[in-house]
Design a protein around this ligand. Structure first.
Ligand SMILES: Nc1ncnc2c1ncn2[C@@H]1O[C@H](COP(=O)(O)OP(=O)(O)O)[C@@H](O)[C@H]1O
Ligand SMILES: [Mg+2]
Length: 295
């Protein structure tokens, strides 16, 4: 068990002082621990998963989150992929300066106001390796999530660890999800990787909001024309066979890669992202226990 708020009780002239000692094994609970997470009201937690790393999971998480906040929703992003700082980096956030209040760890804020939390934010140097391994990461992420002062959110986007192994499954089991989005490329369709991700969600009884097809085509940086990148099986066709909603395709776009690298993800909002948002928001209405979203 991890507790970011372990406090050493120091008796000084009849008063107890707090000494925040950072990430470590949980000790005795203090009265003020009861407040941690107590004002969190999160309407929907949506996981973004993929069959393997490098297919655009963090990119899709970042685009969804910034698109939702642009439309006026209250949005948080939890980076559960602790192997690299992609989420903080794409929003221009560096590590090593996290603060807390009585209600929990205070999330970092993007320029547009996204609440962002990542274990990577606790690491001052982004080249330091994060050493947690295996199912321990899953339970650590679950506890970490509950110790954040998220406040009221319409959406919490959870950028999952890559793949369908122990780590991803333990995160799914430790956080109560409203639904999940699967990110794939046309190439992955040819290797059944996306089917594994789909099966993982079905066997864990997590509603599938839909599939996003990343790298559907390329955009030429010179003439802006689209060209085919892969010759995999049609993702849309697979979705219609399985009766899974197709949320749309994203082309490979050097402009997007540049925005992500420069920490300016919120500046990227072309028409295909807007269409993906339309589909996502209308499908989110149907999620279990979902309240009607104000648009
Ligand atoms: N549609 C795209 N156009 C341009 N670059 C992309 C696109 N999708 C992903 N990338 C780039 O590819 C790399 C891997 O994407 P990422 O979202 O981090 O993958 P994952 O989270 O699945 O490991 C990143 O550098 C990202 O900026
Ligand atoms: Mg990632």
């Amino acid at each position: 068990m991890f507790n970011f708020f372990k406090r050493k009780k120091i008796k000084a002239e009849g008063q107890e002082k707090d000494d925040n000692t950072g990430i470590q094994a949980a000790g005795d609970k203090t009265d003020s621990d009861a407040l941690i997470g107590s004002r969190n009201e999160i309407k929907r937690i949506i996981a973004v998963i993929s069959g393997k790393g490098g297919v655009g999971k963090s990119t899709v998480s970042g685009l969804l989150a910034s698109g939702l906040i642009m439309r006026g929703y209250r949005v948080g992003v939890l980076d559960a992929d602790i192997t690299g700082p992609s989420i903080p980096k794409m929003f221009g956030l560096g590590g090593g300066k996290m603060a807390k209040n009585n209600y929990g760890i205070m999330p970092a804020r993007s320029k547009m106001g996204l609440k962002i939390m990542s274990l990577n934010l606790f690491i001052a140097d982004e080249t330091d390796p994060v050493i947690w391994r295996g199912p321990r990461i899953g339970s650590a992420v679950g506890e970490f999530y509950s110790q954040v002062d998220w406040g009221k959110l319409d959406f919490l986007i959870l950028d999952m660890p890559p793949g369908t192994g122990d780590i991803a499954i333990s995160v799914l089991q430790n956080i109560s999800l409203s639904g999940a989005i699967v990110v794939t490329t046309p190439q992955d369709m040819a290797f059944t990787i996306v089917r594994k991700a789909y099966n993982m969600l079905v066997s864990n009884q997590i509603p599938i909001v839909g599939i996003v097809e990343n790298l559907k085509a390329g955009i030429c940086p010179h003439c802006q024309k689209e060209f085919a990148l892969f010759t995999g099986m049609g993702v849309e066709q697979w979705c219609s066979e399985k009766q899974v909603p197709y949320l749309g395709g994203l082309p490979w776009d050097s402009e997007l890669a540049l925005c992500a690298d420069q920490g300016k993800m919120e500046n990227y909002y072309p028409a295909h992202v807007d269409r993906m948002l339309d589909s996502f928001i209308s499908l989110s209405q149907d999620l279990k226990n979902a309240e009607k979203l104000d648009s």
